[in-house]
Design a protein around this ligand. Structure first.
Ligand code: FE
Ligand code: CA
Length: 454
């Protein structure tokens, strides 16, 4: 049998004492037979794993055997605990005599820590639109943790021009088709490198299931089956802590680094109703944590543009699929963060933006209560945008850039620093990393300014 570690390795969900290690066995990642995902035999396969303090595996601290089951497409999610906080580790898998690549991971800081945390933000990687060079640059930075805020895959097939092709004729709607879509994305070596370089914490947006879906969609059994298939494939291909249950998958959670950064990861899709974006339970969880957290930086990691963005011209001028369609709920979230302020990271719109969060977005003189940093996309094409007109109509929006890229950030008690990194092209490999802009919020403030570049 060929080496089954074609999809690489990944780790995720860092806690102060543990991480999740992931791989999936697939000798033929795009195997066409739905009964044999990844071209694997339909039986359980043992997978050995090792975690060490050094890259040469001379100091192994944990090891064991996991069962890769056909019901989960031979994916493996190993829960490792008992580790030291704020520490680097290295891991690998073995199946028979075949070894996986080595991954580097890192635990979160302990509850009382005040060390700086280095994190990256990425999103929106439509395969047909180009190469994942930005992932390669992100991997080279080896951040403590990577946050992926949605559109890890696109279920639909690209109409019109493309840089490279996925294999399926139509949109993914079955478990097999979603699996093979993830498998296709993971054939990209730069994406695999980014997973091997650091632990990831992910949340989804719409395209992991269906463009602009909300909650239970049309409520039909067919949609709920499709959503359940998409959620299962998501689980099977990412290093997450929870399993799908009853057609759902609990996505919202917090990941906390000491006293410095409280990352609240939101699910903007699964719990939506006609009137709420988060749903009652998630909102109540978020409000409680925003009010009670003892941590300096209250950070929302979520897919959708959070601040007001009025687009001049013919209606619709506000995007109802986003937080502008839920203004009262947005005001409640901002208010709960209080005087310490809120920092929001988002994606979805395929261009980079940054802006102030306002107590009243319609009154530029009202208090600034936080900041939003919108990451553009790893590869997904941007819409045509008159950025000058949008900046002019929204005085709280202060920055725009139209390149593909990611965010490289450092949070410490003294400041939160956000660097926009870009690439000038994705239609071929090898684009150099461009330093686009860098902003900083002082430790005692809520408003960002330009950082002197380092
Ligand atoms: Fe997208
Ligand atoms: Ca989206």
């Amino acid at each position: 049998m060929a080496n089954p570690f074609t999809m690489g390795v990944a780790s995720g969900e860092p806690l102060p004492d543990g991480v999740i290690l992931w791989t999936r066995l697939a000798v033929d990642p795009l195997h066409p037979d739905p009964a044999r995902p990844g071209g694997m035999p339909p039986r359980a396969m043992p997978v050995r794993w090792q975690l060490a303090e050094d890259e040469a595996f001379t100091r192994i601290v944990r090891e064991g055997t996991a069962q890769a089951l056909p019901a989960w497409a031979h994916s493996v999610h190993v829960r490792v605990d008992g580790l030291r906080p704020g520490a680097d580790y290295f891991y690998r898998f073995r199946s028979g005599t075949d070894l996986s690549p080595v991954g580097r991971t890192r635990t979160a800081d302990e509850e009382t820590a005040t060390r700086a945390v280095r994190f990256a933000v990425a999103n929106c990687q439509r395969y047909e639109h180009g190469y994942y060079t930005a992932c390669r640059h992100l991997a080279d930075e080896r951040p403590d943790v990577v946050f992926q805020v949605g559109d890890y895959i696109y279920e639909s097939r690209q109409a019109g021009s493309y840089v490279r092709r996925t294999d399926q004729a139509g949109a993914a709607s079955t478990l097999h088709a979603y699996r093979n879509r993830y498998a296709r994305y993971k054939t990209d070596p730069d994406l695999r490198a980014a997973h091997a370089a650091a632990p990831w914490v992910t949340t989804w947006d719409d395209h992991e299931v269906l463009d602009n879906y909300r909650g239970a969609g049309d409520g039909s059994a067919a949609f709920l089956r499709r959503r359940a298939a998409a959620y299962q494939a998501y689980y099977e291909h990412l290093p997450i802590r929870v399993r799908p249950e009853g057609g759902g998958l609990r996505m919202y959670r917090r990941r906390t680094w000491g006293r410095v950064a409280d990352f609240m990861v939101l699910d903007a899709r699964q719990h939506r109703t006609a009137t709420t974006l988060l749903g009652a339970e998630q909102e109540s969880w978020l409000m409680t944590r925003l009010r009670d957290t003892p941590v300096r930086w209250r950070i929302l990691m979520q897919p959708l543009f959070f601040g007001r963005r009025f687009v001049p011209g013919p209606p619709p001028n506000l995007r109802t699929d986003s937080w502008d369609g839920h203004q009262v709920e947005r005001d409640r979230v901002v208010a709960a963060a209080g005087p310490a302020g809120l920092v929001v990271f988002s994606g979805d719109v395929h261009n980079a933006w940054a802006g102030d969060l306002k107590a009243d977005f319609l009154d530029p003189a009202s208090a600034t209560v936080g900041a939003e940093f919108v990451c553009s996309s790893i590869s997904s094409r941007p819409p045509v945008t008159d950025s000058q007109a949008v900046l002019g109509a929204n005085p709280h929006l202060r920055f725009f850039d139209g390149r593909r890229g990611y965010l490289s950030c450092v949070a410490s008690p003294d400041e939160l620093r956000v660097a926009y990194r870009g690439v000038d092209y994705v239609d071929r490999r090898g684009a150099p990393r461009v330093p686009v802009a860098e902003f900083v919020i002082p430790g005692d403030g809520v408003t960002f300014g330009n950082a002197s570049s380092k």
